[in-house]
Design a protein around this ligand. Sequence first.
Ligand SMILES: [Zn+2]
Length: 312
Amino acid sequence: MTEPAWQDRVWARHRRRTGAVLIVGTGAVGGFLAEELARLGFSPLHLVDPDILEVENLVRHPLGAPALGQPKASGLAGRIRREFPPCEATGVDADFLKLPVGEQLWLAEQADVVVAATDSAACQRRVNAVALAARKPAVYPAVWVDARVRDAEVGEILWVLPGRRTPCYECAAEFRNGAADAQAARGTRLDIQLVALATAQVVAALADPEDEHAAILDRQRTAVYLHGLTPTSPAIRDAFPTGGLESRNVRIPFPDRPCPACHGSRLRTWDAARTPPDEREGARWAHVAAFLTIVFIVMLLFLVLAGRFIRS
Ligand SMILES: [Zn+2]
């Protein structure tokens, strides 16, 4: 099944998207995301999750009853390899937080894009720190969890570039402070799948920013808020007025004080967030050249004036 002709037929419908992806959390969002990324062409996929498939998961997880009692990560990886052989999927049946730091970093370094789709804020924060350390782009899909909001009414997909080029997960948590929390603990399968599909598009864009589909990325607005098919509930109408199925890119600011994870702040990263590193380097040399020119002119004027003074 791996002969060239067979491979050509697999990718007859669209160009294969390439890259390695680490997905931490293979619940409903991470599970559907893994299946979508495999079909887009991404390989290898590294899936990390400590949970086993339980009866409560059946209503919305890609794995069904035959996988009950099996680990979600290796169970899903096995299913992807069986049903879609071009994708090398591997499962790590462990809590990412409890892996040795070296292994956490190694997993991130192997990936072109890192995804954190867990329902643990502590784990999301750890993935954020590791992705920043490994200098890898990262994506954080979730749904809003708040008593005022219907389950999974609004999905949130945050993406982060390393090097303080965009605000990180911790910056976004500060921005969201007091507003709805973002986890994926609740919601129906169809709402969750919408979030997974939009996340797959963001991952594909981050893996290949030159592709025309990468237009979803906008450095000024790094969170996608996604509303499902039903009209907005009264509690959320002010923040997200829509008759259903709408997405919007939202600007996440750097915090006022330096972020504990990325050290970005509104003041320190104003330029860094908007200017690519090579342009910043060019601007620095332009400043040095301008400064030296001014010093040279001042010295020249001084010498001319001093010469006149001595002659008179
Ligand atoms: Zn930050």
